[in-house]
Design a protein around this ligand. Structure first.
Ligand SMILES: O=C(NC/C=C/[C@H]1O[C@@H](n2ccc(=O)cc2)[C@H](O)[C@@H]1O)c1cc([N+](=O)[O-])cc(O)c1O
Ligand SMILES: [Mg+2]
Length: 215
């Protein structure tokens, strides 16, 4: 049977990227997805905005919802100082297996905790299992209908505290209307929309950054 798209993305990394060089992994995936086969990575344009937010927040603990092939995991981890880490949740075991190899190829496995399972099941265990006090940055890029319930769950679990930054992909395309309405109208968040384009296309999309102001 045919290989899967994630398998073809991994092959492109293994062919074109240098082991231990995260930028070459990012470049290889972007080149493959722009010239060979589109895939739902945050991409280079929105990726640069992600980079600037990570650099600005300089987080110690990051939560990423939706690993897929590990593209944004690598983008985030490569900017983290020693001792900082990103916990990334992936539901699909096949995607998780590919992402582990992509992250390993980039040499960033010491900065990444890839957890297999559903966000709704894992978020309540984060404190106990990973010793997380609160997240400095949360990157939402998983199922769009889960953005709002998982944000509320993170709040309830005390994993979002004053200063925590939420950064959400795809708030225009495919769109996360209920999440947007929540963070933009809540007095407890300060929200900003970074206008951009859907990865590797000319369609509009963007990232919403929402800073939690505390209770
Ligand atoms: O649908 C999109 N993303 C859904 C991503 C879902 C990912 O999150 C994981 N997950 C991890 C934990 C969970 O609890 C649930 C799922 C899934 O196993 C998958 O790996 C999407 C679609 C487009 N698009 O143009 O169509 C563009 C994008 O940038 C997108 O992100
Ligand atoms: Mg996305």
């Amino acid at each position: 049977t045919r290989t899967s798209r994630p398998q073809r993305i991994l092959k492109a990394v293994q062919r074109k990227a240098t082991v231990g060089d995260p930028q070459s992994v990012i470049t290889a995936i972007d080149h493959f997805c722009r010239h060979r086969e589109w895939a739902m990575n945050v991409g280079d344009e929105k990726g640069s905005i992600l980079d600037s937010v990570v650099s600005e927040v300089s987080p110690v603990t990051v939560l990423e919802l939706g690993t897929y092939c590990g593209y944004s995991t690598v983008r985030i981890a490569r900017l983290l100082p020693p001792g900082a880490c990103v916990i990334t949740l992936e539901f699909n075991p096949d995607y998780a297996a590919i992402a582990r190899q992509v992250i390993q190829w980039s040499g960033l496995e010491d900065k990444v905790q890839l957890v297999e399972g559903a966000s709704g099941d894992w978020i309540p265990w984060m404190k106990e299992h990973f010793g997380v006090q609160a997240f400095d940055l949360v990157f939402l890029d998983h199922w769009k209908e889960r953005y709002l319930p998982d944000t509320k769950l993170l709040e309830e679990c005390g994993l979002i505290q004053k200063g925590t930054v939420l950064l959400a992909d795809n708030v225009i395309c495919p769109g996360t209307p209920d999440y947007l309405e929540y963070v933009r109208n809540s007095p407890r968040y300060n929200s900003h929309y970074y206008r951009s384009h859907l990865e590797y296309t000319k369609a509009e999309d963007g990232l919403e950054k929402s800073v939690f102001l505390g209770y």
